[in-house]
Design a protein around this ligand. Structure first.
Ligand code: SF4
Length: 76
C-alpha cells in the first residue's frame, strides 16, 4: 500500500502520545490536528483498511472507526 501521504500528515513531528488518548474525550487535541490535515482522507482509509485498533487516525477514534465500518457494511 502506498504510504506516501504520511509525509504530509499534520501530525508529523508532533508528540505521538497525543494520538493515543486513553478515552474518546481526551482525543480532542488529536482530532483538532487531524481536522487541519491535508491527508485526512487517505489516513482514515488506511486505518479502516488495516483495522488499526489503537489511536486516532484520520480524525476518528477507534470507536468512531468501528462505527464507520459497521455503517459501510450496512450500506454495502
Ligand atoms: S489525519 Fe490525523 S493522524 Fe492522519 S496523518 Fe493527518 S494528522 Fe496524522
Amino acid at each position: 500500500m502506498n504510504l506516501s501521504w504520511r509525509q504530509h500528515g499534520a501530525c508529523r513531528g508532533i508528540d505521538p502520545d497525543i494520538f493515543y488518548p486513553v478515552s474518546d474525550e481526551e482525543a480532542e487535541p488529536a482530532k483538532a490536528i487531524c481536522a487541519t490535515c491535508p491527508v485526512r482522507e487517505p489516513c482514515l482509509e488506511y486505518a479502516l483498511a488495516n483495522r488499526e485498533r489503537d489511536g486516532v487516525w484520520g480524525g476518528a477514534t477507534e470507536r468512531e472507526r468501528r462505527r464507520l465500518i459497521r455503517q459501510r457494511r450496512k450500506s454495502a
